[in-house]
Design a binder for this molecule. Structure first.
Ligand SMILES: Cc1cc2nc3c(=O)[nH]c(=O)nc-3n(C[C@H](O)[C@H](O)[C@H](O)COP(=O)(O)OP(=O)(O)OC[C@H]3O[C@@H](n4cnc5c(N)ncnc54)[C@H](O)[C@@H]3O)c2cc1C
Length: 327
């Protein structure tokens, strides 16, 4: 039996690994040119050298024992490490408070290393966008954007953000598609910038209660990074939603102006912007079934858990845990 997985982010790869452990063969397809999904890393040639920015997930925390065990194995393999950056919260009045102290982890030397490492040993076709699913007498076939269709597969798992999953599922699993469609994602405008001098603040990351920026972090404070002064600035979900179709250059200027006001940052040597349309699911507990009744078509993703890295990992595991014995 071969299972096709659409989306090789952490959720899809966690499902893939659970299947492989059961002796089931897996083929994954991801539209991204390389590993990352929402844990991806943007590379940039700048005056300060070849820099990398973790412009999606910033760090992750651990709550469940099962995930703690997995993170310990990732640490032993050298693909993640604790981030001991000085983190603060900046309240509405601009006052700065230390952030609750708890272990926070990042991929090393960049966030997407973790996805690259999880994909190792699996058959993953990067740069392959799936645009449709078709059921025939001998199994499910995937329609690909720029390649011949692929199949037949005995089972298919859709492991993309909720909106994209709902669209792919609509023709073959309308019920599942409808329940996944009940989840809505929030956008996030993100700016990446680097500086010839240090930004004059004593902290390395801040959660901000403000109108424009919601989070900023000093990339160079994370383990294994380039020493150049590089920052990631993320707008709040509200601001991003209100400006979802704004001009990227104007967005970059607004995000940077807010950062400069709060930090006294010098003029950046480099500034680039990315819009995450489906950054994080709105907080909601997804309670529907994740499989079509006959267990041929399933779905997982952070949206079916808590919208974070740990949730994505758990969602892939949980999907396979309820799968009856083959075929
Ligand atoms: C800006 C931002 C900040 C965040 N900060 C944090 C944080 O600090 N801590 C934390 O824990 N979490 C954070 N998150 C959330 C975290 O990144 C996600 O919860 C997690 O990475 C989701 O994993 P996933 O596998 O469910 O989805 P994804 O990582 O999105 O993987 C889905 C994959 O599906 C692929 N795909 C989509 N459609 C198709 C298609 N049609 N065909 C083929 N492939 C397709 C995509 O290319 C992608 O690789 C953040 C996310 C963003 C965007």
């Amino acid at each position: 039996m071969t299972v096709a997985i659409i989306g090789a982010g952490l959720a899809g790869l966690s499902a893939a690994k659970a299947l492989v452990t059961r002796g089931i063969s897996v083929v994954a397809f991801d539209k991204g040119r390389g590993p990352g999904g929402r844990m991806s890393t943007r590379r940039a040639e700048t005056e300060l050298g070849h820099l990398r920015f973790d412009h999606g997930a910033q760090f992750f925390t651990v709550s469940s024992p099962a995930f703690a065990e997995t993170v310990a194995a990732w640490q032993d393999a050298g693909v993640v490490a604790p981030w001991s950056g000085r983190l603060v919260e900046i309240d509405e009045t601009g006052d700065v408070h230390p952030m609750q102290d708890k272990p926070r982890f990042v991929g090393v030397p960049s966030m997407n290393t973790l996805i690259r490492s999880e994909a190792q040993g699996l058959e993953v076709h990067w740069g392959h966008q799936v645009v449709g699913l078709e059921e025939r007498h001998d199994g499910v076939y995937l329609t690909l954007a720029q390649a011949p269709c692929s199949g037949p597969f005995e089972r298919v798992i859709v492991a993309t953000p909720a909106e994209q999953a709902a669209n792919l599922l609509a023709s073959v699993a309308p019920g599942l598609s409808e329940s996944v469609r009940s989840v809505q994602s929030e956008p996030c405008w993100t700016a990446m910038c680097s500086f010839a001098q240090a930004v004059p603040v004593v902290w390395d990351g801040a959660r901000i209660s403000g109108d424009v920026l919601g989070w900023v972090s000093r990339e160079s404070s994370k383990p294994g990074r380039h020493e150049a002064e590089a920052w990631v600035l993320q707008a709040t979900a509200d601001w991003s939603q209100r400006h979802v179709d704004a001009d990227p250059e104007a967005v970059g200027a607004t995000l940077f102006a807010d950062f400069q006001l709060r930090s006294g940052a010098p003029t950046p040597e480099f500034l680039s912007v990315h819009r995450w349309l489906y950054a994080r699911p709105k907080p909601a507990v997804f309670s529907g079934s994740l499989w079509r009744d006959d267990f041929r078509i399933g779905a997982c993703g952070d949206w079916s858990a808590d919208g974070r890295v740990e949730g994505a990992w758990k969602s892939g595991r949980a999907l396979i845990d309820v799968l009856p014995a083959c075929p």
